[in-house]
Design a protein around this ligand. Structure first.
Ligand code: CO8
Length: 259
């Protein structure tokens, strides 16, 4: 069945796939169906050998303005527990391939959390990041208090979470939340450029490197270093390691196959 709220573009030649959130009338508010479609698309792309890097974008006005407030408003705690809408987020988190969020306009609440669940963020100058849940009488629920704090530090995270203030793209860059900012007409192009660059590397190495960087967030230094070393050694079982190092020695571009 065709998804209703996302569009998936796949560039076979460059090994880059692009998922566009497409609920523009609601500023891409993340209702349950959209999140399920996103999860399914990511699982499919993660299993597809032709795909080596993934972009998630919205449109110029909004990456996503958060969870769908109208869908949540009348729910009880038991409804929330039974629906367990964060289980889709757990599945998205398991994506092994690098994901770049291309953010323009609003990235609020669950939208900011979704961008932070990605591995890198390319933002347009018009991007606005915020965790405004406090204004709705709740608080972030999909990683906002944890990933934001790790990205920007306690002072700014506390201010954003407790006041709901949106920060600009420039502030987000300065705080280390985003990788780079571009004029609005170039943000998607820039994200695609970055994705293509990553897709040119060994797909095995990028997956294992992503896994190891993420490990830094929930392990001690010793444990993380141990994990890193194991992945490093493991890559010597790959053709790509032989090819990458041989190509260096022969002064030519490597041809990575993911084997
Ligand atoms: N949910 C549902 N509909 C929304 C949402 C939303 N989060 N955001 C915007 N919309 C709708 C509006 O209701 C409006 O619909 P309509 O045209 O039918 O009235 C349409 O999108 C356009 O919005 P506005 O007219 O409000 O546009 P403005 O440019 O005037 O304002 C804002 C833009 C400032 C972004 C404003 O829309 C706003 O404040 N939106 C809500 C932002 C927010 O509070 N987000 C947090 C939601 S809670 C959350 O994310 C909890 C996370 C938990 C985990 C996530 C699980 C998926």
């Amino acid at each position: 069945m065709q998804p209703e709220f996302i569009i998936v573009h796949q560039q076979v030649a460059t090994h880059v796939a692009h998922i566009q959130l497409n609920r523009p009338n609601a500023l891409n508010a993340l209702n349950l169906q959209l999140m399920t479609e996103l999860k399914t698309a990511l699982q499919t792309l993660d299993a597809d050998d032709q795909v080596r890097a993934i972009i998630i974008s919205g449109n110029e006005k909004a990456f996503a303005a958060g969870a769908d407030i109208t869908q949540m408003a009348g729910k009880s705690a038991i409804d929330m527990y039974n629906t367990d809408q964060f289980s889709t987020w757990d599945a998205i988190k398991k994506t092994k391939k690098p994901i770049i969020a291309a953010v323009s306009g609003f990235a609020l609440g669950g939208g900011c959390e979704l961008a932070m669940l990605c591995d890198m963020i390319v933002a347009s100058e018009t991007a606005r990041f915020g965790q405004p849940e406090i204004k709705l009488g709740v608080m972030p629920g999909a990683g906002g208090t944890q990933r934001l704090t790790r990205a920007v530090g306690k002072a700014l995270a506390m201010e954003m979470v407790l006041t709901g203030r949106f920060i600009t793209a420039a502030e987000a860059l300065q705080a280390g939340l985003v990788n780079r900012i571009t004029p609005v007409e170039l943000y998607l192009e820039e994200a695609i450029k970055l994705a293509k660059e990553i897709a040119g590397m060994s797909p095995l190495a990028t997956k294992m490197a992503k896994e190891a960087v993420l490990k830094a967030f929930d392990s001690s230094l010793e444990e993380g270093l141990h994990f890193e070393r194991k992945n490093f050694y493991l890559l010597f079982a790959s053709d790509d390691q032989k090819e990458g190092m041989q190509a260096f020695i022969e002064k030519r571009a490597p041809r990575f196959t993911g084997k």
